[in-house]
Design a protein around this ligand. Structure first.
Ligand code: TRP
Length: 330
């Protein structure tokens, strides 16, 4: 399996329920897991690199706190900027994709709009091809992603297929066509109950928030004036979102929680969510506190992950060159 994130800041509970828990579960099934910290991708929509080192540090701390465990020997966390042979795959891959395809990518278009860019750099259009290199260098065949990443995954499948068709006519295919794995966790809205949870919209509970900060944020979460609590996502999205959070934390269905809160009103509901979420995050926070004491821990995790990724990429590149008949010295 391969998946990853851009180091643009610490993660929030939407990431936790939407993808991180899923990754930990795959790890517990014994599945080899590569997690790419996509630092080059950050440069698609901003010029400054100042915050990348701190963001990488926070991101890896979040990973380790939720239970992703490089000591398991099957989980490898690495930054793609540090894996030269991975990046080299980008060049042949670019020859397999048309300009029109890059231009039509709906996720890229949304990101350009969202960032309000007046000038768009070429990495913005080509990062989905780079992402194919992230996935294919380690023969990733399972890629847990959010819906917005599906166009990129489709492009990765095309690149794998086209490479095999163009260059592997008489031999075994060099790349597998990876499958996306969509999380079955429903989308979590922000504390405004209106938009997707996101740090930039200022409606998020960060994973590193303390129990008290979490309680304070949930007190301010938007609800409605109907004292009778019921799970009605279409009519009462704010209340439904809190019920969903409580449900994801406690494992109890949202309808059952609603029935229990009943006519207790939004105050009772907020107290319920706060307890459930703080209970769920207790071990995560304890691990983070222990890990944050020693900055060297994150550095060691990355050093080991990068070493493994380089071994894998260095073994893959000759195979790719051989298929392209560029293995002159052999
Ligand atoms: N584009 C992903 C994001 O913005 C991060 C990413 C980079 C990724 N490379 C990947 C995700 C490979 C899955 C597979 O979150």
């Amino acid at each position: 399996m391969l998946t990853g994130d851009r180091p643009t800041g610490a993660l929030h509970i939407g990431h936790y329920f939407g993808s991180l828990k899923n990754r930990v579960e795959l790890q517990s099934l014994g599945i080899d897991t590569f997690i790419v910290v996509a630092d080059y991708q950050v440069l698609t929509d901003r010029d400054s690199v100042d915050r990348i080192p701190e963001n990488v540090h926070e991101l890896v701390l979040d990973y380790l706190s939720v239970g992703l465990d490089p000591d398991s020997g099957i989980t490898h966390i690495f930054c793609h900027s540090h894996v030269p042979a991975l990046n080299q795959l980008l060049i042949p891959f670019l020859t397999l994709v048309g300009m029109g395809e890059l231009d039509r990518n709906p996720t890229v278009k949304e990101e350009i709009d969202a960032a309000g860019l007046t000038a768009v750099n070429a990495a913005m259009y080509t990062y989905p091809v780079h992402q194919a290199a992230d996935i294919l260098f380690c023969k990733g065949n399972v890629v847990p992603v959010g819906k917005d990443q599906l166009p990129h995954l489709e492009l990765t499948r095309k690149i794998a297929r086209r490479f095999n068709q163009r260059f592997c006519d008489d031999g075994a295919p060099v790349f597998p066509e990876p499958e996306g794995l969509l999380s079955d966790a429903p989308k979590i809205l922000g504390l405004d109950g209106l938009q997707k949870m996101s740090k930039s919209r200022n409606n998020a509970i960060m994973l590193r928030a303390t129990a008290d900060e979490t309680a304070a944020l949930l007190k301010r979460a938007k609800t409605d004036s109907d004292r009778n609590i019921a799970y009605e996502p279409a009519q009462r999205p704010e209340v439904a979102n809190l019920l969903l959070l409580a449900s994801l934390s406690s494992g109890e269905p949202p309808e059952a929680i609603a029935a229990r809160v009943g006519s207790g009103g939004s105050g009772t509901l907020e107290a319920f969510v706060t307890d459930a979420l703080n209970e769920e995050l207790k071990p995560v926070r304890a691990r983070r506190e222990a890990l944050a004491r020693d900055r060297q821990v994150v550095a060691d995790v990355l050093r080991r992950g990068i070493a493994t990724a380089n071994e894998v990429a260095d073994a893959k590149l000759p195979e790719v060159r051989a298929a392209m008949k560029m293995d002159y010295e052999m």
